[in-house]
Design a protein around this ligand. Structure first.
Ligand code: SF4
Length: 747
């Protein structure tokens, strides 16, 4: 069986500075979805990553002139201070992802200039990093690309040096050696980042050990191109590829060991793709060789059978020999044989153990996920036994995707955890592990599974961002504001810290994108609840509900997935002006079902039906002839209404307002007046109470009539008419009074 051995260089892929910059960009894009996000120049020299960032709405601007508003991200190379100043003047939000090592180079260049040293920057004039360092020196430093440039420069007494972070230490040393004897005072800041050096050495070492090398990274990436050159110089066939798709399988013909390395701007997923392709190639090779294996198995079987036969023969001979031996020696011989067997067994066990362990070590590689046991927890991180020659170390920042202050909050001693190997051995021989990465992969598996199975998951809201909420689902998840609840949510900050039940509505692992919805969960639950509530609802039932909304004409009551209407007229026995006099939103209330239309899903509710009937109570408490106090609530053509108790309004008929003739009620009472009235009748069944003001007044004495008028009144209408003619002069009852009397008698 042929198996391609695939070995990844110990240092390959994103360096610290690039990884940090990408994290910052993704965070900025995620938190500012409604803003334009730009990187000033491509974030890294890798077209696949730049494309993915573009999909996240991160655009590349070649200069500030192309940006009018939004966020500008300073990439890991850094920029000159004047660029930052210009961005501020344009009111742009600045996110500075300059690598801390580059920042140091900038800081030291400025320091040398400020202290009066003739300052040199060893680097490539056109490289953006060098331009940034030069800017930081107030453009007073001198850029040299090699020691030859020094020939034309007159050195001063005090000279200082910094270097571009990616320069080789040897070439920098050459320059310093040249200058050291020429000046009085020399100050050198070693600003070279050893990432490049370590990466190149590890690629070279690997290339010398394998049959074929793949160097993964952008064709426009200088550091990847340099890696490919270094590998090719070892005479091992070397291919500089951007993606696995560029690999021609014929290149693998006759090869047993494949080496893989990648530039500082190459993401892990591009490396994994190549490893995956190699694994698939291994499967193909194994299928092809199955027939050969079967042949070999037959041969082995034959050999085994022969061996068994031979063994049987030997056993027979041994038995014969044993019989010939003296009986005294037999026990001794047996003991000795047992000891030998025991020793052999012990050796075999040790050997097996050693081999097992050796195999394990040989199998481990960068990027691999393994299970280990926590053996030490300290302030800086956690040591884990992964059955390797040294315990692996998880720095605090690789313990969890959330900030960690105390490692004990995340793991405990002897706990078995899954980790990803970040570095098999660093410069000091330490194996560096990441639990965060392993958790991250596990989280993605769970997310994809939940999405496929339409499952509901629970997650904590970590912060509010423009346009929605961020939740922790092991990776960063986003809930658009319109999906936070069924209705409009005024203040999203109320949800921060809350655990929400969510449905995943969009997943793009490559773009690190998970979109979730609480609304979908609520809608589904509400639909099921509504069906159940409607099925159980009957007219006449008393049910509990929650007031969801007050309107002028009543209140909507949620009965569980469906709302019913409680009309204002059904709220109280008495007159109310507004539903808010009786109920408030969010209040729980018991109501009576007055009507249900299941087809149209309309439910009418009553509240007063559950309250004591005030008419019955009134009839029990009061009697005709009783004098009660009340408030005039309404004037009508035929009299006035007076509230004598909560929910009980009696009518004072216009004829009962006064002994005198009253044309309109406002001649006697006004709305709001508090008056005493006499109950003249009570009809609880018809919900009527008759009241009278007149009966509390003293009946006026009939006015003295003149003899002529007296006569007239007892005779004819004609005579009455005559009476009216002279009333003004006689001082007796007016026509109005007389008509009033007649009207009253008629009543
Ligand atoms: S190579 Fe070194 S200096 Fe450059 S970005 Fe990476 S870590 Fe920073």
């Amino acid at each position: 069986m042929k198996v391609l051995e695939v070995i990844t260089a110990e240092e390959a892929g994103f360096c610290f500075g690039v990884e940090r910059a990408i994290d910052m960009v993704l965070e900025a894009a995620g938190e500012n979805e409604d803003m334009n996000v730009y990187t000033l120049g491509p974030l890294i020299h890798n077209p696949q990553v730049v494309k993915k960032l573009e999909a996240k709405n991160v655009k590349v601007a070649s200069s500030l002139a192309e940006i009018d508003s939004g966020i500008v991200i300073i990439r890991s190379h850094g920029v000159a201070p004047e660029i930052i100043k210009q961005a501020r003047e344009k009111n742009l939000k600045i996110i500075d992802a300059t690598c801390p090592y580059v920042k140091n180079a900038q800081k030291y260049a400025k320091k040398l200039v400020d202290e009066g040293y003739q300052t040199f920057i060893y680097g490539d004039q056109d490289h953006p990093e060098v331009q940034g360092i030069y800017g930081a020196s107030d453009k007073k430093a001198i850029i040299i690309k090699g020691k030859e440039d020094l020939n034309s420069i007159e050195l001063k007494a005090r000279v200082g040096f910094v270097a571009q972070t990616t320069k080789s230490p040897e070439s920098f040393r050459d320059i310093i050696n040249l200058v050291i004897t020429e000046v009085k005072e020399l100050k050198v800041f070693n600003t070279i980042c050893n990432t490049t050096d370590v990466r190149q050495s590890s690629a070279k070492k690997l290339a010398e050990d394998v049959d074929i090398m793949f160097v993964i990274g952008g064709h426009n990436s200088a550091n990847t191109t340099r890696l490919a050159e270094i590998c090719a110089a070892t005479n091992t066939p070397t291919y500089h590829i951007e993606t696995a798709a560029e690999i021609n399988k014929e290149w693998l013909s006759g090869k047993n060991k494949v080496g893989i390395t990648a530039g500082a701007s190459t993401p892990d997923w591009l490396i994994r793709e190549v490893i995956q392709l190699m694994n698939e190639e291994n499967k193909d090779l194994n299928v092809e060789s199955t027939e050969n294996v079967e042949e070999k198995e037959e041969q082995v079987l034959e050999e085994v059978e022969e061996t068994v036969e031979e063994t049987e023969e030997t056993t027979e001979k041994t038995e014969e020999t044993t019989e010939e031996k003296e009986a005294d020696n037999s026990e001794e011989a047996a003991e000795s044989a047992e000891e030998e067997v025991a020793e052999e067994d012990a050796e075999t066990e040790e050997e097996a153990e050693f081999k097992y362990s050796d195999n394990d070590i040989a199998d481990l590689s960068k990027g691999q996920k393994v299970t280990g046991t926590v053996v030490e927890i300290n302030d800086n991180g956690v040591y884990v036994d992964v059955n390797y020659k040294t315990d692996g170390f998880i720095p605090l920042r690789h313990l969890s995707h959330r900030p960690v202050e105390d490692a004990n909050d995340i793991v405990s001693m002897d706990e078995e955890i899954e980790v990803v190997i970040l570095t098999l051995e660093d410069d000091e021989g330490n194996m560096i592990l990441s639990k965060k990465q392993a958790d991250y992969e596990k989280a993605w598996e769970k997310i994809e599974e939940a999405y496929e199975n339409n499952e509901i998951i629970e997650a904590e809201v970590t912060k509010e961002v423009k346009g929605g909420l961020v939740v922790d689902v092991g990776v960063r998840g986003f809930i658009p504001a319109s999906h936070v609840a069924i209705g409009y949510v005024d203040d999203l900050s109320d949800y921060v810290g809350e655990k929400m039940r969510l449905k995943i509505i969009e997943v793009e692992r490559d773009n690190n994108n998970v979109v979730l919805s609480a609304k979908k969960v609520l809608e589904k639950e509400r639909a099921a609840e509504k069906e159940e509530t409607l099925a159980a609802l009957e007219e006449g039932q008393t049910v509990e509900g929650t007031v969801t909304k007050l309107v002028d004409f009543g209140a909507f009551i949620d009965l569980g997935g469906i709302e019913g209407l409680l009309h204002i007229s059904e709220m109280s026995w008495g007159r109310i002006e507004s539903p808010s006099e009786v109920l408030s939103e969010g209040e729980k209330v018991e109501v009576k079902v007055l009507g249900v239309n299941k087809e149209e899903e309309r439910i009418s509710l009553g509240l007063k039906q559950l309250l004591p009937d005030p008419w019955e109570e009134f009839a029990d408490k009061h009697y005709e002839g009783e004098v009660v106090e009340g408030k005039i609530t309404k004037l009508v053509d035929f009299g006035a209404f007076m509230e004598v108790e909560k929910g009980i309004e009696g009518l004072i008929h216009i004829s009962q307002l006064s002994h005198r003739h009253v044309k309109t009620a406002d001649e006697v009472v006004s709305v709001g007046d508090v008056r005493e009235a006499k109950i003249i009748n009570i009809d609880a069944d018809q919900e009527r109470v008759g009241l009278s003001l007149k009966e509390l007044e003293e009946k006026p004495e009939p006015k003295k009539e003149s003899s002529s008028s007296s006569r007239s009144s007892s005779s004819s209408s004609k005579s009455r008419s005559n009476k009216s003619d002279d009333s003004s002069s006689s001082g007796g009852a007016t026509i109005r009074e007389i008509v009033g009397d007649i009207f009253d008698q008629g009543e």
